[in-house]
Design a protein around this ligand. Sequence first.
Ligand code: SF4
Ligand code: SF4
Length: 289
Amino acid sequence: MSLNRRTFFKFWGVAGAALAFGKSLEAAPASDDGVELMGVLYDASRCVGCQTCEFACADSHNMEFPEDGPSTDIKRSLDPTKRTVVNWYNLPDGSEGYSKKQCMHCNEPACFTACLTQALYKTKEGPVVWREDKCMGCRFCMISCPFEIPKAEYDNNNPRIVKCNMCYHKWADSERPACVNDCPYDALMFGTRRELLDEARKRMLENPDTYHPHIYGEKEAGGTSWLVISPVPVEQIGFNNKIQLKSYPTLTKGFVSSIAPVDLLLPAFLLGLYEATKVRTQNTEEEEL
Ligand code: SF4
Ligand code: SF4
């Protein structure tokens, strides 16, 4: 079935409603024009650490394939060459567990609020994306993110901020995120946030022995588009379970409203300055060649 962008979103809205069972306690927030938030459900009980998602992600973003793999000794971190990583954990009961990490695509992202030029941008469909033409390189997004996700390319003269964008660049062609598409074990599911929460509850209800009763991301940081269910408490597979439940931007609202109007012009000035410096750096390099 071929879906254009409009029918793709409509399809997921209808599918989400049709598949929903029971009453969602945390309905997916919709944007002003009624587009429901999309997201991904990661089921750690199904993940075997095969890394297919990492390779699919690298391929989708024209990045180098990872050369390292999950190990019980070393916990791999996100870096400018990796938008997602899979790690392997020895669990307290003697078994093994895996977890996949990437941007959680918060409903109210701290990175978006911290970014003075809105280079980190929350789309109405859910993905939080980085816009190169708006970025002035301040890296406030890195400092503000409670999940420690955005990474900067330090060895690049014009460093980019690197993080998962839920493959938003492919949505116009009705393609799902590459990791979801390629996961051979169905550990990842794409859908409306409402549908995913219902699916998570359904799996827990039908298999109470398989899951720890917590949907990570349902409430953390005010709710996220990426949701995690797991056989064990999520902190045992590397997730920070000390994330506050209120959205982080609510903490900064008072601060932002106290900024004098003249200061609001500062980001535009700094962005202009940054762009001018970039051009001059490039010119100097070209002259030196
Ligand atoms: S592709 Fe699926 S099973 Fe393999 S590591 Fe990624 S999420 Fe886990
Ligand atoms: S996880 Fe961090 S980078 Fe991703 S949307 Fe939330 S605040 Fe932004």
